[in-house]
Design a protein around this ligand. Structure first.
Ligand SMILES: Nc1ncnc2c1ncn2[C@@H]1O[C@H](COP(=O)(O)OP(=O)(O)OP(=O)(O)O)[C@@H](O)[C@H]1O
Ligand SMILES: [Mg+2]
Length: 509
């Protein structure tokens, strides 16, 4: 490529950037600036720009612009096919235009507006896997000279570097996305265990769900906190022809409004500002499978309209995008709030309700199916024995009796947490009524040993406070009137089981 000896200064700059390519995936703009600065210095350019082509709008946007008018230039965009840069993007070919303002392709809008004469332009395409994704452009050589062929060669080399940087960052982002998807899948799988019941009404509901499962219509699951809505949503998916596809869950209550929209619909990356690739939303992740919209009653009104549109048209558009994406998904939604009341109060759209409530499932509370209590308690006991390496054999008759008579406002989840806590704290072979720590009628008898009684009391109080504070230890310590560090010490000492992070698993009773 080079007939004469390579200029050591140029080579050094080139190698320096090359080294950085392998280490900087995050700060792509920093890398672009450096690439452009080096290219500009080495070709003696007066001004220069790095433009990237937005696939949706087919406009070239300035990512870095150097020179006296650099900052002003950045507010413009250049349509593909227009101007010198637009020509390069369209033809995927380098160009040297010695007298730019006389060239018919020249896009005078920018230079006229910022008051900067363009005499001599050198522009080369930025390529990713051969495709033009942007343009590197030099404007006016210092000292009024014209650019040389060698300048073009160097500029092409730097463009190649930038192309590699984009490719690296895209690969990196794609891997991150894939990892996130895998984590999501794993999370769903870990949460899953089989659905147990001996109750006639629950069995009818499950048989109804199997019938529902064969269709593609929306299912709306209602029921009190902890009645098993999520488990039933998975049951519908597992029994449907979509069971080999993904089961994607969104807890609509866990995300702030502004994030929920992009979480659901995804987004088109804005002009390479802080990341390089577009992001799929949950709708798209659920393609071929089921999208579970949990806590649907908490979706704000403006998003309800967007949801409705998506369900009606079976398409979505990513935030900031303009290409509709066709959907092949099944919707299952769940709520523990009274949607009829929300409709009456104007906080939930009636038309959306009808769209979601095609196949309704209402889960009975645990107190309405008390025959499930011993079954579930036994199941959770086994699970917790395994988790905490204990060998508790079962329940004393008073414990079973106590559990049957208790009204379980937090339903199955509360039963699960109760057993978990009892397994952690109990010392005997069988759990007694007092181990359950259930409030109400006969208060649990206090352990005989004062120290144990105090510890049991402390653990109970801390657990309840943590539940009230949704697992937030700082808040809980304030409420308890103790230091945050002391609380975390007590949690360890007393074996208080911490809730999972994230609002989805916050016990709500
Ligand atoms: N019939 C069941 N058999 C086994 N486990 C169950 C059953 N019902 C619920 N669970 C368990 O109880 C817990 C709560 O269930 P789930 O999360 O499905 O309830 P939910 O109605 O979605 O609760 P919330 O309203 O709090 O979101 C989970 O750990 C779940 O696995
Ligand atoms: Mg739930």
């Amino acid at each position: 490529m080079f007939k004469s000896a390579i200029d050591p200064q140029k080579l050094e700059a080139f190698l320096e950037i090359n080294n950085r390519l392998n280490s900087r995936y995050f700060d792509l703009n920093g890398l672009f600036t450096q690439i452009l600065e080096s290219a500009t210095a080495l070709t003696n350019g007066e001004s220069s720009s790095l433009l990237l082509l937005r696939p949706d709008s087919q406009q070239l946007e300035f990512v870095v612009a150097l020179g006296p008018k650099g900052e002003e230039v950045k507010s413009f965009t250049v349509p593909k096919g227009e101007g010198i840069a637009g020509w390069v993007a369209e033809h995927n070919t380098s160009i040297h235009v010695p007298d730019a303002e006389k060239d018919p392709r020249f896009y005078s809008k920018i230079s006229r507006n910022v008051g900067y004469p363009n005499q001599n332009i050198l522009a080369v395409p930025l390529r990713v896997q051969g495709q033009c994704v942007g343009v590197l452009e030099m404007i006016n050589k210092k000292g009024g000279q014209s650019f040389h062929t060698e300048d073009m060669t160097w500029l092409e080399l730097f463009a190649n570097q930038a192309g590699l940087a984009i490719q690296n960052a895209k690969n990196f982002q794609a891997m991150k996305d894939e990892l996130q998807t895998l984590k999501d899948v794993l999370e769903t799988k870990v949460l899953t265990h089989s659905l147990l019941t001996q109750n006639a009404r629950m069995n009818e509901i499950l048989s109804l769900c199997r019938k529902y499962a064969s269709t593609d219509s929306a299912v709306l699951i209602t029921g009190e906190n902890g009645t098993g809505k999520e488990l039933v949503a998975e049951y519908v998916h597992q029994n449907s022809p979509r069971s080999r596809g993904p089961f994607v869950r969104v807890n609509c209550a866990a995300l702030p409004e502004n994030l929920l929209e992009s979480e659901l619909f995804g987004y088109v990356k804005g002009a390479f500002t802080d990341a390089v690739s577009d992001r799929q939303g949950r709708f798209e992740q659920a393609q071929g499978g089921t999208l579970f919209l949990d806590e649907i009653g908490t979706v704000p009104l403006f998003l309800q309209s967007k949801l409705l549109r998506a369900l009606q048209s079976k398409t979505i558009e990513r935030v900031g995008g303009s290409q509709p994406v066709e959907l092949d998904i099944r919707i299952v939604a769940a709520t523990n709030s009274d949607l009829h009341q929300a409709i009456a109060e104007g906080t939930f759209r009636q038309d959306l309700f009808y769209r979601l409530n095609v196949l309704p499932v209402n889960l009975p509370s645990l107190r309405e199916r008390s025959e499930d209590i011993p079954l579930l308690a036994g199941f959770f006991l086994k699970e917790m024995n395994q988790r905490f390496r204990k060998a508790i054999e079962g329940f004393q008759p008073e414990a079973l009796d106590r559990m049957r008579r208790y009204d379980w406002p937090g339903n199955v989840r509360q039963l699960q947490n109760t057993i978990e806590r009892a397994v952690v704290l109990a010392n005997g072979r069988r759990l007694g009524a007092e181990d359950l720590g259930l409030p109400g009628e006969d208060e649990p008898s206090t352990p005989q040993d004062l120290k144990a009684a105090v510890q049991q009391f402390k653990a109970g109080l801390i657990e309840r406070t943590l539940a009230e504070c949704k697992g937030n230890q700082t808040k809980a310590s304030r409420q308890l009137g103790i230091q945050r560090t002391y609380l975390s010490k007590l949690i360890k000492e007393l074996n208080v089981e911490l809730m999972e992070k994230g609002a989805q698993d916050v016990a709500k009773y």
